[in-house]
Structure formats: structure tokens, C-alpha cells
Design a protein around this ligand. Sequence first.
Ligand code: MN3
Length: 200
Amino acid sequence: MAFQLPPLPWAEDALEPVYSARTVSFHYGKHHQAYVDNLNKLVDGTDLEGKSLEAVIGAVAGDPAKTAVFNNAAQVWNHTFFWNGMKPGGGGAPVGDVADKIAAAFGDYPAFVEQFKAAAVGRFGSGWAWLVVEGGALKIVSTANAEMPVPPKQTALLTVDVWEHAYYLDYQNRRPDWVQAFFDKLVNWEFAAKNLVAAK
Ligand code: MN3
């Protein structure tokens, strides 16, 4: 069974005007689809065929001979995770356990957003910024290209795509504005809360 592009959790135009239908159409329909298609070509006829996405990632991570498989598999996973971390009418500060852990780790919500933006902007070139839980505490990390936080050491709660294809049509070169808009108007904290519970 080949890998499939998972459906978006909302309509392509549902995040307008913060994240345009045009961006989603290219980002999901072209970029995410291409990672799925490339991954299927790469695993076809190999011992990785038929394994779950997570199993493929685990099998090839850190293997220099399998970089292409890792990059495409991780990008399939990262994008699905990214879509689920946004929702129409999202944004603003979380409540509950996530809020308590953000306060403990970063002070308050605006301070958290500033630190997250700094990590996102500090990522030279393409990559991702993540909110992760490590040893019970929240932490902001950034990764290059397709790299992702690796469980069990770190479990991802949320991610923001900071490849230029993620924001250039809507925000041009203004990566900080894209990250700010994500937290003000798109972030789905229920998704992060669910991931936090699952990490325990
Ligand atoms: Mn992307």
C-alpha cells in the first residue's frame, strides 16, 4: 500500500486571509504531494515498502545512504503535523496544562511568541521551528530542512514551517510576520494539548 497524501483538516480557503488558499494550494497540493510521490518512488521494491511512515523514518534516520528517503518521509510527516497545528479562527494564548507549562518555561505567552520567533528567524535557510516537550518541560527548538524532533527524547507539540514556500506568497521575506500571524490567528492549541497528553 503506497503512502497517500492525508486530507487537510479544513478547506483550502479556510485560513484566509491569514494564510491564503493560493499558498495552501501550492504548499499542500504541490509540495506536500511531491514528498509523498518521491517517497513512494524511493521505497518501491525495497524492504521499506509497506512499512508505516514512522517506521520508515525510524529505519533511515541518521543513515547517510538513506538521506533522500529520510528527507521525503520526514517532510510528509512534518507537513501533516503542521496542518493539524492550525485551524480557522485559531490563535491566541492557550489554556490548561499547555498554558501552565508555557508560563513555567517562558514567563508568559508574549514572551513565548518572541522566543519562538527568534528561533524561527535564527534558522538559516529552510527548516522548522517547534514547540516540544522534553523531560516534562516545554522547549523551543529549530531544525534544518526535513529534520524533526526525535522521540522519545523530545516529543513535538506544534511546528511552524519556515521554508520560504510556506510563507512567501503571503508574507514575502517577512518570516517574523508569518510566525506572529501563526500564533495570533492560526495556532490550534487543542492539537498541542492532545500531543502533550500523548507524550506522558
Ligand atoms: Mn513546507
